[in-house]
Ligand binder design. Structure first.
Ligand code: DUC
Ligand code: ZN
Ligand code: ZN
Length: 475
């Protein structure tokens, strides 16, 4: 067999094993893993460095429709470019239903936005914000059947949030049709009440965003989401868990045998509420995201959960808004009260290098747990495994070779379209030396190799993390 490419002398790391091997690639897939493979048309000497499956970033927002003047900085071109340069080879972004709109229309519009632009493979979660009879009975089941096998629901944000009855209805669809339900757990009424009090006291600087969304509001919503999922008897995945009190709720659920999966993100390991400002300066708007970053004690709890298996996936929650722009953090060109600052920070390119450096190389996580959190489990949670998320014969040749040379993160070196990174000046100990997307070089450690439009839309299967069991009647 003549390979298109051979990655030679790899230290292959999967979620379960670490071993020395060559990897033979043909037609975009891994076709052989072994020692002393015959030559390929292209050869790459990994020289004993770690080779991991390409990252699967299962939580990122790209070119999501916004109310004017807001606009996301990254579309499927710049967003997937940045992802590839940071070692991510699959992204799952969000086709968001607007209230009054059909889910089908949201999906159609989102395909139009992605079409011809993506440099790497991609899929869409649905966001269900208007669970009408038609959505529950027809659209959502049909779309799940067509390969959109996950959706996100919100317990906060006026334009997106569902009440408890609506959440139960939507979870019941997930149970009947085998979808993964992702939940943004923050108590909307508590946030609104706190926000009004802060505004009444003139406390509207960016840092007060964190005061309006204390851990308690996340804890309460996490507890409620778990109870709702228990009532319906369906697994859920709580996204962007930020600290101890939410972690405790999830540990309690697990200890009671409930299928509650959890995601966390780099901002809860490396940022704190101080990054939103220690005074009333507007600079902190850069780090306004929800839930907000907490404190050092909570960072340690998140690290512990990553190490001990509490967390299932590690995503970026890349939500890209320029800082100094009227369509971004200064809506209409103004420094606005925190209520009006668009929520979200960029992180699609830095997700893997940060976790590799501060997790693996600093001794907090094994390389295998790193792979599990950043690639294998997201692929399993959202119906992409084993095509994505592993290094195995038959899998797509989505691969990353790691270079353990220290560098300092600078926004000028990143490839997103945002005018800042929250990690400016942060030192990392490693960065991808090579990213392959289905066997093609998209990043060589110095240069991005554009493949706009080559990235394929992925119709997904049944999430393999869902338990195999017969469907029972609704209680
Ligand atoms: N929070 C979200 O829930 N989504 C996007 C960004 C953010 O901060
Ligand atoms: Zn969210
Ligand atoms: Zn998000």
């Amino acid at each position: 067999m003549r390979f298109d490419r051979v990655i030679r002398n790899a230290m292959v790391a999967t979620a379960s094993d670490t071993f020395a091997a060559d990897i033979g690639i043909q037609g975009g897939r891994i076709v052989q893993i072994g020692l002393d493979l015959p030559p390929g048309a292209e050869e790459y000497d990994a020289a004993g460095r770690f080779v991991t499956p390409g990252g699967v970033d299962a939580h990122c927002h790209l070119d999501q429709p916004m109310e004017p003047p807001l606009r996301m900085a990254d579309d499927f071109d710049t967003g997937t470019r940045a992802a590839a340069c940071g070692g991510t080879t699959t992204v799952i972004a969000f086709a968001a239903q607007r209230k009054g709109e059909s889910l089908r229309a949201a999906v159609h519009d989102y395909h139009r936005r992605a079409e011809g632009r993506a440099h790497i493979d991609h899929a869409f979660h649905l966001i269900v914000s208007d669970p009408t009879e038609a959505v529950l009975a027809q659209e959502l089941p049909a779309l799940i059947g067509e390969g959109y096998t996950s959706f996100k629901i919100y317990m906060t944000y006026d334009d997106l949030k569902l009440d408890d009855g609506q959440i139960l209805d939507v979870l019941d669809v997930a149970r009947r049709h085998d979808a993964m339900a992702m939940i943004h757990a923050e108590n909307a009424d508590c946030i609104e009440w706190l926000t009004r009090r802060l505004e009444a006291g003139g406390r509207t600087a960016p840092r007060f965003h964190a005061h309006a969304r204390p851990m308690l509001v996340e804890r309460e919503a996490t507890h409620r989401a778990i109870a709702l999922s228990e009532l319906v008897d369906v697994p859920i995945l709580i996204v962007h868990v930020s600290g101890r009190e939410a972690v405790e709720q999830i540990r309690w659920a697990r200890s009671h045998g409930l299928n509650v999966f959890a995601e966390t993100c780099p901002q809860y390991l490396l940022l704190t509420a101080d990054d939103l400002g220690i005074d009333d300066s507007y600079q902190g708007a850069r780090c306004v995201c929800s839930p907000p970053p907490r404190n050092r004690e909570n960072q340690e709890v998140i690290w512990q959960g990553l190490a001990d298996g509490l967390f299932t996936v590690f995503s970026s929650d890349h939500a890209p808004f320029k800082y100094d722009a009227p369509e971004g953090k200064k809506p209409g060109g103004e420094e606005v009260p925190f209520r009006h600052i668009p929520n979200g920070i960029p992180g699609i390119e830095t997700r893997l290098p940060l976790l590799f450096s501060y997790g693996v190389l600093d001794g907090r996580l094994t390389i295998n747990r790193f792979v599990e959190l950043t690639s294998t489990n997201p692929a399993k949670a959202y119906g992409l495994h084993p095509r994505k998320g592993t290094i195995a014969v038959g899998a797509d040749a989505d691969l990353v070779v790691w270079d353990a040379t220290p560098r300092t993160i600078r926004n000028v070196d990143l490839h997103h379209a945002v005018d800042y990174t929250p990690y400016e000046g942060v030192n990392v100990k490693a960065w991808p030396a090579l990213t392959l997307s289905r066997g093609i070089v998209v990043w060589d450690g110095k240069n991005f190799h554009p493949q706009g439009g080559r990235g394929q839309f992925l119709r997904r299967g049944r999430p393999s993390l869902l338990p195999a069991r017969p469907i029972k009647e609704t209680p």
